[in-house]
Design a protein around this ligand. Structure first.
Ligand code: SF4
Ligand code: SF4
Length: 134
C-alpha cells in the first residue's frame, strides 16, 4: 500500500537524517513530492511512503514520537473559480503540477486528477479560492 503524508519538522529536527532512518528501520520505499524550509527554519516534506501497512503505521508513530507533525492526505481540494484572480501565486507552490497557467487565456487552471491534497495552495492563495472538501 502507499500513503501520502505532509511532515512538518521543528527547527531542531530539520538537519537530522530521519527519512534514511525510516528506510533502514521500517524497510519502506519513499518518494519525496516536495521539500522546503520556511524562514523560521521549520521543514516541510510532502512524502509518499510505500510498503506494508503495519510498517507504515510504525513509521508514522516513530515520526510523531520524534516531534514531527504528521498529516495524512486523504481530503479533496477544489478551486472556487469565482474567487480566483489568476494571480498565479499558487502555481510554483504546487508539488504535483495540478495548478497551471493557460498561456492563451492567462487563466489559472486546476487539474484535480493530479492533486495530492497537500493543502499548500490553501495557504498560498490570497483570495481563499482553493478549498478543502472533507
Ligand atoms: S493541494 Fe494545492 S498545492 Fe497541493 S497538490 Fe493540490 S493543487 Fe497542488
Ligand atoms: S493563488 Fe488563488 S487567486 Fe491566485 S491563481 Fe492561485 S487560486 Fe487563483
Amino acid at each position: 500500500m502507499d500513503k501520502k503524508l505532509v511532515l512538518n519538522f521543528p527547527p531542531s529536527l530539520v538537519d537530522k537524517p530521519i527519512i534514511s532512518c525510516l528506510v533502514k528501520e521500517f524497510g519502506l520505499d519513499f518518494n519525496i513530492l516536495k521539500a522546503y524550509v520556511t524562514p523560521e527554519e521549520e521543514g516541510t516534506l510532502v512524502l509518499e511512503l510505500k510498503g506494508e501497512e503495519e510498517k507504515i503505521t510504525g513509521a508514522i508513530a516513530y515520526l510523531k514520537q520524534l516531534g514531527v507533525k504528521v498529516e495524512l492526505l486523504s481530503k479533496e481540494v477544489e478551486m472556487v473559480r469565482e474567487r480566483c484572480t489568476d494571480c498565479t501565486a499558487c502555481i510554483p507552490q504546487c508539488p504535483a503540477g495540478a495548478l497551471w497557467l493557460d498561456q492563451a487565456t492567462y487563466q489559472v487552471n486546476f487539474t484535480s486528477e493530479k492533486c495530492i491534497a497537500c493543502g499548500i495552495c490553501l495557504k498560498a492563495c490570497p483570495t481563499k479560492a482553493m478549498v478543502l472538501r472533507i
